[in-house]
Structures are given as C-alpha cells and as structure tokens.
Design a protein around this ligand. Structure first.
Ligand SMILES: Nc1ncnc2c1ncn2[C@@H]1O[C@H](COP(=O)(O)OP(=O)(O)OP(=O)(O)O)[C@@H](O)[C@H]1O
Ligand SMILES: [Mg+2]
Length: 345
C-alpha cells in the first residue's frame, strides 16, 4: 500500500480526459490537477498564431472576440476538429500538470469516444505524442467513465453506463472488461444548448449566444415538466431579431423542458437500442443493477427519472459525473499491468 502510494508520488503518469466541453487531467498520486473548458483563444500575428488564453478565460471570449483574435473549441462531437490547436492544448495541460518534471518521460492515457473512427483515434494519439508523451494509451470514454463511477467492470456482471458529455452521448454495457454492446450518438449538452437557442429564436424572436443558452439549461433546465409548485424563471439577454436591438426576455422552466424534448428523445432512443442489443443473461443483470449516468449532462434535473420511466430500469447519477472519465482513465493507468486488456489498440 505504502509502496504503491510512494510510486504514485514519483511517477510522471497522467490521464487526460479530452472532452468536447471540458479537459481534465488526473495525475498519478495527485488526483485531478487540471479541470478547464476545452477552449483556446489565439491571436493572429506575423509568423503565425499565438495562444493568449486557455480554459475558462478563453471560454468567456467565445462570441466576443474582435477581428484578429479567435476563441476556438478544438474538439467537435468528441473528436479533434482542429489538430494544431488540440496539440497545443494537450502540450499546455501536460506542461501545467507535470510542472518542471521531464515531459518526455510522461506516460499518458487519453480518452477517445467509443464511436471514433480509426482516423480520429490516430489523430488523438498523434497529437498526444507530438505534445511530448513518451508512451500513449487510449481508453474508450464509457469504459473510463464506468471505472470512475466505481462500476465492477472487470467482473462477469453487466454494468451499464450512459455518459452524456458536451458533444456525444455514449451508452455502453460492459462485462469482463470489455464493451458488450454500445451506442455513440453525436448528441449531448451542446445539442441541448442549440435547441434552447433555436427555441428562443422561434418563440421570442431573440438571438442568444451559446454560453447564454448553457446558462439557461443549467439554471432552469429539466428533463420533465415541473409537477407542482412555481416553475423556475429567469431573465435572458439577447438581440431582438426584428429590431436588431439588445433586450431582455423572461423565460420559464416549462418552455425550456419543451425545447429539450428532441435531444433528450435521441438519448432515450440510444439507451433503448443498446438494451435491445444486449444478450438475455446480461439483460437480467441490468434489471437488477440498472444504469449509471456520468458526464455533465447527467446533472440535468430529472433525466434519471425519465430514463428510468422509459426503460423500466433503476437509474442513478454518479456521485461526481463531470470527473468520472478522468478518474477512471487515471485508475486504469495506475493498474495498467492488470487492466491493459481494457485499452484500445
Ligand atoms: N448542472 C448541469 N445540468 C445540465 N447540463 C450540465 C450541467 N453541468 C454541466 N452540464 C453540461 O455538461 C456538458 C459537459 O459535460 P462533460 O464535461 O462531461 O463533457 P465532455 O466530456 O467535455 O464532452 P464529450 O464527452 O462529449 O467529449 C456541457 O454541455 C454542460 O453544459
Ligand atoms: Mg466526456
């Protein structure tokens, strides 16, 4: 025990959960050492682009930059959309996490969506290698999330995880360390934000930005209509589509619930399809053990209830859904000898 803690303290191993919305780094022996939005702001300069902000600071710049400055999300739907910026981001988070330790000696495990193509996986591996990792391992995101949520993934029991991130929702049934059946759809928190933006346009003639839409979702969003009591309300600022002038509008919980019906319907369908493809022995386990929600989308109020109603299975939200992927990838790296079979080759 003491030996393994000591070993953890002195290794340069890190796990990176490179998500569409958030990037987290788990350091062996140190826990979560980096947790910021996956956004980089760059400035055009003679001779190329220069990074001027990262994470929360860069996210606040989205949609607010003057010409010459750009706030970029290098990932789209869980996979790399801008290779150079993604590589820069990985380099920065590795540098921050390893501080003055030798970068070249780091072993890095990094998450990839289960639905990523061979080419997309290679891009993530290459970006991490170019960023200075000595050895790169890939782990499928739902597997990492399930380990982070403390599910007994290596046992001959079905563990079902529904990881709802910013860009993707990944549903997986895992047994004996492998994915038995899974679905990966490119719908997650960003699609919910987009649905709110389009609702505000249609219903209120108001144009709002993505950060505003996310704020509405987190403040008054829910997966089902309020049953009793006063619905939650909030005031939203945007630009009037007709007059072009900025104005404020009051919105109410019920209309936001209505606007989320489409992306949530797709998530429910993905869960049902995965269940349909599961062999009867494992289906029997699931009746008893149900599914666990991870990823930030799992925090949407009442989503567990809706999924439980739609499938008839018990549904719970992981204790800390936003960090499950990074925790699970980190634990895998710490026991790489035993868990190697769980990696993507
Ligand atoms: N309380 C909340 N209610 C609803 N949604 C939330 C809440 N908190 C965070 N989210 C959403 O969770 C999403 C981010 O989750 P997460 O960090 O798990 O995604 P990610 O891992 O970066 O994305 P992906 O796995 O798709 O690449 C965002 O869309 C965010 O708006
Ligand atoms: Mg994720």
């Amino acid at each position: 025990m003491v030996l393994s803690i000591m070993r953890g303290l002195f290794t340069h191993d890190i796990a990176i959960d490179l998500g569409t919305a958030n990037t987290l780094v788990y350091q062996s022996g140190g826990g979560i050492v980096f947790n910021e939005p996956t956004v980089i702001a760059v400035k055009d300069e003679r001779g190329g682009r220069r990074m001027i902000a990262i994470g929360q600071e860069a996210k606040a710049m989205l949609g607010r930059t003057p010409p010459g400055i750009e706030a970029i999300r290098p990932l789209c739907d869980g996979v790399i959309a801008d290779f150079d910026v993604a590589e820069e981001l990985i380099k920065i988070v590795m540098g921050k996490s390893l501080k003055r330790r030798g970068l070249s000696s780091a072993r890095v495990i990094i998450t990839v969506p289960s639905g990523a193509t061979e080419v997309e996986r290679r891009a993530i591996r290459e970006a991490t290698e170019n960023a200075g990792a000595r050895r790169v391992y890939l782990i499928e995101e739902p597997v990492a999330a399930a380990i982070g949520a403390d599910l007994p993934v290596t046992e001959p029991i079905a563990s079902m995880v529904v990881d709802i991130g910013g860009g993707t929702t990944e549903v997986a049934v895992i047994s004996l360390g492998g994915i038995v059946s899974s679905q990966c759809i490119r719908i997650g928190g960003n699609a919910m934000d987009a649905a709110i933006i389009s609702h505000m346009r249609r219903a209120h003639n108001l144009h709002i930005g993505e950060n505003n839409a996310e704020e509405i979702k987190i403040s008054i969003g829910s997966a089902c209509f309020p049953k009793n009591g006063e619905p939650r309300r909030m005031r939203v600022k945007g630009r009037d589509l007709v007059s072009g002038v900025p104005r404020e509008q009051e919105v109410e919980e019920g209309e936001i619930v209505g606007s989320l019906a489409e992306p949530l319907g797709a998530i429910v369908e993905a869960v049902k399809t995965t269940l349909e493809h599961t062999v009867p022995e494992l289906a029997a386990d699931m009746v008893e053990r149900g599914m666990v929600l991870t990823g930030g989308g799992g925090l949407l109020p009442n989503l567990d209830e809706v999924l439980s109603y739609a499938t008839g299975l018990p549904t719970t939200v992981a204790t800390d859904p936003l960090i499950c992927g990074a925790m699970g990838a980190g634990r895998t790296l710490e026991r790489i000898g035993k868990l190697k079979h769980m990696l993507v080759h």
